[in-house]
Design a protein around this ligand. Sequence first.
Ligand code: UTP
Length: 292
Amino acid sequence: MSRVTKAVIPAAGLGTRFLPATKAQPKEMLPLVDKPAIQYVVEEAVRAGIDDILIISGRGKRSLEDHFDRNVELEHFLAERGKDEALAEVRSIAELAEIHFVRQGEPLGLGHAVSIARKHVGDNPFVVMLGDDIMDERSTVLTDMIRVHDERDAAVIAVSEVSSDEISNYGSIDPEIISDQLVRLRGIVEKPSANDAPSNLAAMGRYVFTPEIFDALDRVSPGVGGEIQLTDGIALLLADHDVFGWVFSHGRFDIGNKQDYLRATVELAIEREDLGPEFRAFLIDLVDKRLR
Ligand code: UTP
């Protein structure tokens, strides 16, 4: 049994890439088909054996708390009208896991958001999952990363190959190849130019950390964009700890980015048993008549 039972989901960012939708609502609450993004993230955590989740929330993010809370009025309404399926669905959200919230007073960066989890996490290994990164339901990335952590007692970050044009949007790692899917980090740089990037392997929003990351984050000063970067904390951690990268290639969407959001919506919709067949037919027709 793994010791990794806690997840931290930073969801306090301003979501400026998705304005105006994110002016008055959190991007983590943007729906993909009929579920807000953050519910996919919580369900992924639960599938990987996590039962305690800390969401880092912030100003204007109340709907995140409401979503994972009971809504007794709505439950009464659905019960009275015999809408049993909807009732069960609504209730089950509040029972997914033990979900806690803490606020990041100011969005000072992802590294700062993670450092706020220190007290809750204590002396345990834990997972960090970005609240705007969605994984395909069939993805085993998080489970695989937890296994690598358990075997090696070290931090593990998810990485994927991206194009040279895209690497400047990510943390780029300097990898020492260990096996097909496993690398050891020799370095990591946040948002490098294509020329300066140590490789095209980019950090992808899923991390398993040991508590040492908190001391490293305490030593980080503001970096790219004036933010306390998680990447810079990992770079400091590397000085005296092993950090591994788990390489994967499919099934991840950064829904904080409009293109990826559109792709995720379509891919998730065509997989759905209830909506998929009709939606696929619509897409085929659309391609035939308008996109060829
Ligand atoms: P992003 O950099 O994608 O989020 O951070 P952002 O800053 O909200 O987005 P843009 O770039 O302005 O569009 C990844 C995750 O980390 C959280 C975000 O909410 C997102 O889920 N985050 C980021 C925090 O919790 N606090 C921060 O200070 C920054």
